[in-house]
Design a protein around this ligand. Structure first.
Ligand SMILES: Cc1cc2nc3c(=O)[nH]c(=O)nc-3n(C[C@H](O)[C@H](O)[C@H](O)COP(=O)(O)OP(=O)(O)OC[C@H]3O[C@@H](n4cnc5c(N)ncnc54)[C@H](O)[C@@H]3O)c2cc1C
Length: 525
């Protein structure tokens, strides 16, 4: 391709698409190269099982991105590009092995009453927790959607709150310490730990914020893009193309072009190469990126940071085409929610990271997250039919090695379905029409950014968060090779569908180019 581009983007996850969208709006000519046939990475939908059944390949719930100014302030007017969200109610339902259940509704009083079924005190505790959380939420949000080193550090921001010191302590505590002290009933604790599980071991220090995740979705629900998770990536693609950008699928980037110590383009597996006049923006995993240019250009600090990067907890997903949604027994009938989950007890939640650390598959009362998008969005399946995704949590690095997953994944998927049937017995063999399985190894095979099966590109503990993501000294999206920037889940604020790494990277790049994201947002068209 002889066309000239200002920015070449390597990899088209939602974060790099968001960054490219702001850069394109600023007037820079962007070329986006994606290795797979369809853009979006973890934000993609496809007919994985049968014709007419649109499954979310990875993510379904787009919670985090609703705090991003991209959507919160409607900065790019993605609705004009076809993006529309559905906000399911009930928000989340959890049945327990003893036949009881707890349902979170968008109505706060109704949710508090659900907690109070188990303990009057816990009903009050939930209400108080949410009231307190509302005071700190704007600060946590601002930190998430501000690049590292831009704006005040979190503790300075918290110091401005009357109870800021208490929040400093809470954020440094483990989520388990907070939940154990706040709730007395184990159903309430298990609900808060499994709704849904955050991929961080809840007993680890500095996970305090994880205790508040279920509160985040209390009012905003767990939003689904109408038509499938990929509708977000499609809307962003339309925006980029409408602003002069070009998106090329089936382009695996294999090397960085470095001239006079500056990154000036990329080479692809098919022999093509593309030049960038201003910058290259990568969402390639740092474990792979580091091999795409001579080692001496990165510096030892960066290489040490890559060598010590760890994957963290991993997922195991099965997608089903079914003729019925899950039906859970409740007082007076059954309930069919979009989002439901199983976490048998707080003990079970605490054992998850132990199994992970030992490389052991534990199928006893498996913690599950079950998503049936077709209940709220009939475009996902033929009339009367459904798509169901069953997400479990299993280690990538088995004692027998990751390839062992190919031998055991069917058995693990069967065990998860058997457990789900204890709560939703209607999902018999006759009602499940087809399935596809994604083991942690399959997740890495489908997207090398899911390094070692991690759908967040790596663990999100204190060693790999904030100014340590991807490593100390390189958390501002600027990489050691001038002209090269990094976005995606290996950068602050990490994985999930937040778009934070994307908008933050654009903020840094636009500043380096002599403008600002605020100027670009204000720009007409
Ligand atoms: C089963 C599952 C369920 C999930 N559910 C949720 C959920 O409900 N809510 C939520 O918030 N999050 C969820 N997640 C996590 C979420 O999907 C990811 O954290 C998020 O999509 C990461 O986005 P990203 O932009 O950083 O990169 P990615 O989505 O990983 O995209 C990276 C892109 O770069 C491409 N790429 C990589 N290397 C190259 C290369 N060398 N050349 C060219 N292209 C390359 C990849 O093909 C990919 O398209 C889930 C993940 C999984 C696996």
């Amino acid at each position: 391709m002889s066309e000239r581009f200002d920015i070449v983007v390597a990899g088209a996850g939602h974060n790099s698409l968001i960054a490219a969208a702001y850069l394109a709006k600023a007037g820079y000519r962007c070329l986006v190269l994606e290795g797979r046939p369809i853009v979006g990475g973890g934000v993609k939908s496809a007919e994985l099982t049968l014709r007419g059944f649109t499954h979310d390949v990875c993510s379904s719930a787009h919670n985090g991105i609703h705090g991003n100014p991209l959507l919160r302030e409607d900065e790019l007017k993605l609705g004009d590009c076809g993006l529309e969200y559905i906000y399911p109610d009930p928000v989340f339902h959890m049945p327990f092995p003893d036949g009881s259940y707890l349902t979170q509704w968008r109505d706060l009083d109704r949710t508090c009453a659900e907690f109070a079924k188990f303990s009057k005190k816990d009903g009050q505790a939930y209400r108080q927790m949410i009231t307190e959380y509302e005071t700190v939420k704007p600060i946590l949000n601002a930190v998430t959607f501000t690049p590292i080193g831009f704006g005040k550090p979190i503790n300075d921001r918290l110091a401005e709150l009357p109870n800021g010191k208490l929040w400093q302590r809470r954020l440094a505590m483990s989520a388990w310490e907070i939940l154990r002290e706040t709730f007395e009933d184990d159903h309430c604790r298990a609900f808060m730990m499994g709704c849904p599980y955050s991929l961080q071991p809840v007993q680890d220090p500095m996970t305090g914020r994880v205790a508040y995740i279920p509160l985040h979705q209390q009012r905003e629900s767990r939003p689904l893009p109408k038509g499938g998770s990929g509708a977000l990536s499609e809307a962003l693609s339309r925006f980029i193309q409408a602003h002069g950008g070009v998106i090329l699928p089936n382009k695996w980037v294999t090397a960085l072009i470095v001239e006079n110590n500056r990154c000036t383009g990329v080479e692809c597996a098919d022999g093509s190469s593309y030049r960038a006049e201003k910058a290259v923006l990568s969402t390639i995993h740092i474990k792979q990126l580091v091999d795409m240019a001579p080692r001496n250009l990165w510096g030892q600090d960066f290489i040490d940071g890559v060598d010590t990067w760890s994957a963290g907890l991993t997922l195991f997903a099965t997608n089903y085409a079914t003729s019925e949604p899950p039906k859970y027994a409740i007082e007076g009938g059954t309930l069919s929610p979009v989002h439901s989950g199983m976490m048998a007890s707080s003990d079970r939640a605490l054992r998850m990271s132990f199994d992970y650390d030992r490389g052991v598959v534990n199928l006893e009362d498996p913690p599950l997250h079950v998503i049936c998008c077709s209940l709220a969005d009939p475009t996902r399946a033929p009339a009367g039919m459904h798509t169901i995704k069953v997400v479990a949590y299993q280690p990538y690095s088995l004692k027998e090695g990751p390839l062992h997953w190919d031998l055991i994944k069917q058995r693990v998927s069967d065990a998860n379905l058997d457990y789900l049937r204890r709560f939703s017995p209607n999902l018999t063999d006759g009602k499940t029409l087809a399935r596809t399985i994604e083991s942690p190894l399959d997740l890495e095979r489908m997207n090398p950014h899911n390094w070692h099966g991690s759908c967040h590109a790596g663990a999100s503990g204190p060693a790999q968060s904030g100014g340590m993501r991807p490593m100390p000294g390189w958390a501002q999206h600027r990489m050691p090779i001038p002209g090269l920037y990094q976005t995606g889940a290996t950068t602050h604020p990490g994985g999930s569908v937040t778009g934070g790494p994307g908008r933050n990277a654009a903020t840094v790049m636009l500043k380096d180019f002599g403008t600002s994201i605020d100027e670009v947002v204000k720009k007409k068209a």
